[in-house]
Design a protein around this ligand. Sequence first.
Ligand SMILES: C[S@@+](CC[C@H](N)C(=O)[O-])C[C@H]1O[C@@H](n2cnc3c(N)ncnc32)[C@H](O)[C@@H]1O
Length: 237
Amino acid sequence: MNPQAFSTLHRNLPREGPGEAADIAWLGRQIKLPEGARICDLACGPGPDIGPLLHLAPEATVVAIDHNPQYLGEAAEEWAGDWRVDLRLGDMADPGGPYDLIWCAGGVYFLGITEALERWRDSLAPGGTIAFTEPCFWQDPPSEVVAHIWSGYPAMSGEAGIRARIEAADYEVIATRRLADSAWQAYYGPLLERMNALYEGADEDLLEVLRAAAAEIAAWDEYGDEFGYLLSVVRPA
Ligand SMILES: C[S@@+](CC[C@H](N)C(=O)[O-])C[C@H]1O[C@@H](n2cnc3c(N)ncnc32)[C@H](O)[C@@H]1O
């Protein structure tokens, strides 16, 4: 896939994966963060979750890290100059810290759950929490067609498999939540609008990217009751 064409489709979208502020408000009801909580938004993309994360505790600060300078620049349009937010171009494998909360929406699968949790353990302050979203089969094993849709991510599992990968890193699960359809719409709604605006005059590279996005959305429309994202809240055991 041509990176330039991918970037044409994805630039200046509000978010780069399913998610919504309600997920973070729910997280705030599962854990108690200290005043002045140090929060890390790992793989922050264009920064849609920074605002809701800042609301989780009085005087909270957020270090937002992504390796894509375009997304970070988009986040900077809203947050540069805000003393509560530190935007960093960096690798999520090495987030620094210590943090009271590490939040990672739609990024853990680049590392794998067990490896990510093992790597991030030293970045947690005592009593710190990690919350992350991860693609999940609601029906396990998945139907043949859904297994095929996700064949590019062989580690994908049902909820029990996610729990097993968390426990393999010696963490315990505090709470889980299935992301709602509205979380998908928060991503796919603006993406579809952009796609519709780009078809006319698109060259072959862009058409390839548009077709792939259309296939992804069609798969969710048709089979979205069989898979989704699971938000897991975890702590070292
Ligand atoms: C599915 S997007 C989610 C972005 C954002 N959390 C959101 O919900 O809009 C995944 C993000 O992971 C970032 N990413 C992938 N690998 C990374 C790495 N090794 N270090 C930092 N960021 C990474 C991508 O640039 C992208 O912004």
